[in-house]
Write a protein that binds this ligand. Sequence first.
Ligand code: NAP
Ligand code: F7E
Length: 343
Amino acid sequence: MKRALITGITGQDGSYLAELLIAKGYDVHGVIRRSSTFSTQRIEHLMFSDPPGVTLHYGDLSDGNGLMRLLREIQPHEVYNLAAQSHVSVSFAQPTYTADVTALGTLRMLEAIREVQDVTGRQIRFYQASSSEMFGKVVETPQTEATPFHPRSPYGVAKVYAHWATVNYREAYGLHASCGILFNHESPRRGETFVTRKITRAATRIKLGLQDKLYLGNLDAKRDWGFAGDYVEAMWLMLQQESPDDYVVASGETHSVAEFCDAVFSRLGMLAHEHVAFDPSQQRPAEVDLLLGNPAKAAQTLGWKPAHTFGDLVDMMVEHDKSVAKMEMLIALNGKPEGSALA
Ligand code: NAP
Ligand code: F7E
């Protein structure tokens, strides 16, 4: 049975990847960090299944010794490094922390893999979560694996470091290490401070009278948005190849934030411009104006293509957040149900 270790298992992608690997018969292990509150909502269905689908271990990308200990103990065949301080705006407020976790954290994991492989003689395949944010102020459109990087945030800079560190360990030490340059991917499990989920949460609440306005920053930014559940399959496919390599994973379509808003509000029978207001604090010191990926290499070599369209993604997120808003309204009217997990 193959064993996989996922860092960032409690995040959006970690939860979908864990489901995929369990379905493929893997023994799935995940790294979680100690926190004063639980951050495991996205994987509770896997933790409390019978038998449990995942084994969790405390660890942190800031603790290289701990990572090495985990690799020795678990002896994974595959490591998926999804953990990061992943919020672009937050990276402007916390640049050093972002560099420590997102950039150096990757280096710590690569070093741990190199050490443990040397001692055990067993290969550990490595996946690095690279990002379209590395293209930043794009020099060509669409972006491919050959497009030069010009990051526009401390997050983008940290991801460029982690990306090149991964390429370097592949070239210098022969690690089976691959980078997925993933464009924005979303889902009902997306964190609520990323723009798509912020919009679907707010619009569905506005529809039920739970909220008045949706405050946003730059509506003109364009992103290549796909469904996270499709994108984790590309991660797995990369590690099944004989040779490691880097791949753009994208939908090949771009839409502005304003278009995403229109699509969401229109599904709810409302007009976005009547409910969206400008919040200057949501603007970034430097913006990424346009991202559009060309996933041709992933299609040709991995046989990967997304199963869901932009429209499917909007439908899925709106439907999910309609139920969340309805539940909020019922609680506001009746209080939490007796004996409920919400009580
Ligand atoms: P996410 O929802 O923000 O999840 C991030 C995960 O990293 C969480 O599990 C978080 O744990 C964990 N983490 C944060 N700091 C850590 C640390 N110091 N040590 C260990 N774990 C830590 O991110 P995502 O959207 O799933 O994205 C997954 C990865 O892909 C990230 O590396 C992200 O930068 C990258 N990426 C994402 C996209 C996208 O559009 N989603 C596109 C390209 C690349 P807690 O739950 O404890 O906070
Ligand atoms: O912003 C604009 C904002 O925060 C998208 C991460 O997963 O994808 C993500 O990074 C756009 C930007 O995602 C608000 O200025 C307007 O232009 O949803 P976002 P992101 O910055 O593209 C990449 C690929 C990653 O790798 C990252 O980890 O929307 N925008 N108004 C806003 N954005 C937010 N968050 N909130 C607003 O109110």
